[in-house]
Design a protein around this ligand. Structure first.
Ligand code: FDA
Length: 395
């Protein structure tokens, strides 16, 4: 066998976390190689945020993340903050703006973030190797030995930054979970997160006229609630409020939706009834929710009657249909459209200050492959930057 090329750090995955780690480790003078089977680095960054990359959130706190151990992310998020990443973006002359709820986007294109990272890691001496597969990983006397499609590679530190299972069409694999399993690390069960929810066929048929309608909504599940936009689709429900809730929801569970949060629909309808009893309920309701939704609810709850013909009880039923809609989604659209993967490498088996495996010195897991999953709104990239940066200080 030919002698293996030897480097200090091999990073598998040229996504957000892997490139940040490579840049930092390179700056420390480590000889770094980043391997990715894809043809281009940072593909998820490129398509993120509608092509503008929601690269961080000003309000990032550990509370914006789901994990079996909610405290795990505290250390990395404290050491590398949204302000640190904003500083980096500013130094590279990338213009940005706050869209809503602390979410920061590029003014121009997400490609600027990819270019900043590839430029940064290369300037730090790291080597980016694309269209390269990793066929095997073994422990060696002083590190790890990889069998890659470009030949054997020996490294002292091995960083797994291969992301989650979301969007298999873009090269997502279960690679990181397999490596974790091979080296004896525990896994938290994985499932799609930040994903549209699907509805049973009967309900879907009834809601068909609403496909494409968006409403500001409050979606509640147990003690968790999100107030953002919700979108009716041909498959079920989507929009930020639903995506956020999907990470908390499990099959068989109920969610409750208010489509005019903060509005006393009963009182509003009663007032209109008092002033103009001949008005159709759909007309009055269309002042509160989108017209198509108003029509559907009014038709179901009031038939062809005027407001004057509706008792308080009936008005209350309309109120409940708008602001207390309880339903059980049948499932989610799955990894095909999920923005993230929940679960992953169990944080019990990682050191929160370094992201290094407790029982396998030199082996690191960063980014989405770890059981730390952010809300929608730039939190997932902030975790990728923070965990990548932290591992880059010691790998
Ligand atoms: P990431 O998935 O970025 O990178 C993993 C890399 O590993 C990939 O390049 C892949 O090709 C490579 N790889 C996988 N298996 C491999 C193997 N076996 N061998 C070699 N290479 C392998 N988040 C956010 O904060 N703001 C946003 O605006 C968005 N928007 C968004 C839109 C869409 C459509 C999606 C799907 C996701 C988002 N996200 C997001 C989530 C965000 O993209 C995600 O959390 C990060 O990209 C995770 O970064 P990682 O570096 O961990 O994985």
């Amino acid at each position: 066998m030919s002698r293996a090329e030897t480097v200090d750090v091999a990073i598998i995955g040229a996504g957000a976390a892997g490139m940040m780690c490579a840049w930092e480790a390179g700056k420390r003078g480590r000889r770094v190689v980043v391997i990715d089977h894809a043809r281009a680095p940072g593909e998820k960054i490129r398509i993120s945020g509608g092509g503008r990359c929601n690269f961080t959130n000003l309000g990032t706190t550990p509370k914006n993340y789901l994990s079996a151990n909610p405290s795990f992310a505290i250390s990395a998020l404290k050491r590398y903050t949204p302000q640190d990443f904003i500083g980096l973006v500013d130094r590279h002359g990338i213009a940005w703006h706050e869209k809503t709820l602390g979410q920061l986007f590029c003014d121009g294109s997400a490609r600027q973030i990819v270019d900043m990272l590839t430029g940064g890691l290369r300037a730090a001496g790291a080597d980016l190797r694309l269209t390269t597969a990793v066929n095997a990983v073994e422990r060696s006397a002083d590190g790890f030995l990889l069998a890659t499609s470009a030949g054997p590679l020996a490294c002292r530190s091995l960083v797994i930054a291969s992301g989650g299972k979301s969007i298999p069409k873009m090269g997502a694999t279960g690679f990181g979970y397999e490596i974790a399993g091979k080296f004896g690390l525990k896994l938290q069960p994985t499932r799609p997160g930040l994903v549209p929810l699907t509805l049973e066929p009967g309900l879907l048929e009834r809601l068909a006229p609403l496909a494409g309608v968006a409403v500001p909504a409050r979606v509640r599940h147990g003690k968790t609630s999100f107030e953002e936009a919700m979108l009716f689709t041909h498959r079920g429900l989507s929009g930020p409020a639903i995506l956020q809730m999907s990470s908390y929801w499990h099959e068989g569970e109920e969610i409750e939706i208010a489509m005019a949060p903060g509005t006393d629909v009963f009182a509003r309808l009663r007032a209109v009834k008092g002033a103009n009893g001949r008005q159709a309920p759909a007309t009055a309701l269309a002042e509160i929710v989108p017209k198509r939704l108003a029509q559907l609810i009014a038709e179901r709850e009031a038939g062809g009657r005027n407001l004057a013909d509706l008792s308080d009880k009936m008005l209350q039923k309309i109120d409940a249909a708008v602001n207390g809609w309880r339903l059980k989604p049948t499932g989610s659209e799955g990894y095909r459209t999920a923005e993230v993967t929940l679960g992953g490498v169990d944080t019990d088996d990682l050191d929160s200050r370094t992201l290094q495996a407790r029982t396998v010195p030199g082996l690191y897991f960063i980014g989405e492959v770890v059981d730390v999953t952010g809300w929608l709104g730039g939190y997932n990239f902030q975790w990728a930057w923070a965990s990548g940066w932290v591992a880059g200080q010691t790998a």
